[in-house]
Design a binder for this molecule. Sequence first.
Ligand code: SF4
Ligand code: SF4
Length: 101
Amino acid sequence: MELQVRKDVCIGCGLCAESCPQHAISVQWGQAQIDQRKCDHCGLCLDVCPQGAIVELVPISKEELAATLTGLKDKADNLIARIEKLTKQCITDNVQRGKTA
Ligand code: SF4
Ligand code: SF4
């Protein structure tokens, strides 16, 4: 497990650095930095961060990634097909209304 600081949400408050028993975190230029070599993955910094800026990077195999992408593509294809069907239905309904008006 590797931890990463989300730079878009870290506010540089330093609470994580204060809580880290391994002194693995420093705040530079208003952003927390984690020294992965010192980190023992105790998780304290995850709990204290008020921004939820520290996240775990979960290793994933190529096969898992491919399966996830395939699942997402299937969902997207399904969604597109439903939108196309609804669009056609709307056009048909509008044409019908136009004929009866
Ligand atoms: S506690 Fe969170 S917001 Fe504060 S410096 Fe650490 S990562 Fe950034
Ligand atoms: S997980 Fe523990 S050791 Fe690692 S950076 Fe956070 S507080 Fe420090």
